[in-house]
Design a protein around this ligand. Structure first.
Ligand code: HEC
Length: 111
């Protein structure tokens, strides 16, 4: 039986997705944020140990601050993949999906 992922350290997004997210970050986020805000200690303090769904909803529902809700599921998951990759999380075979029930079962790991 295939082991199901439990944390963001279990390869829950693809490399292509993270790469797409990097472009989206430059396009939609970089005028207010730098990726450093979402990496290392700054990221861990807020997000480590919380369900991946919390970060997904924060991005999908409240960002960009001046156009909340304007990102679709594909953009939000790609942005999340970029943030996770920037925190040293490994890539996997399956793209990250915007399934809230599933995302609620995945914890954000610390690196
Ligand atoms: C117009 C400015 C603006 C844009 C564009 C913007 N944000 Fe934000 N963002 C903010 C502000 C201001 C805060 C902190 C205030 C708050 O808590 O609501 C914030 C908070 C956040 C947080 C929570 C705090 C943290 O450090 O984890 C996340 C995650 C986030 N933004 C992600 C994004 C992403 C991803 C994008 C691009 C899709 C984006 N933001 C675009 C202004 C912006």
């Amino acid at each position: 039986m295939e082991q199901s992922p439990e944390t963001t350290a279990d390869g829950i997004f693809t490399a292509a997705q993270a790469q797409r997210g990097e472009g989206l970050f430059d396009q939609h986020c970089a005028r207010c944020h730098s990726i450093e805000e979402f990496t290392g200690r700054a990221f861990n303090t807020i997000w480590a140990g919380t369900p991946a769904a919390a970060l997904y909803l924060r991005i999908a529902n409240t960002m960009p601050m001046d156009q909340p809700g304007s990102l679709g599921t594909e953009q939000s998951t790609a942005l999340m993949a970029h943030i996770l990759a920037s925190n040293g999380m490994p890539t996997g075979e399956k793209p990250l999906a915007g399934d809230l029930e599933w995302l609620s079962s995945i914890l954000i790991a610390q690196r």
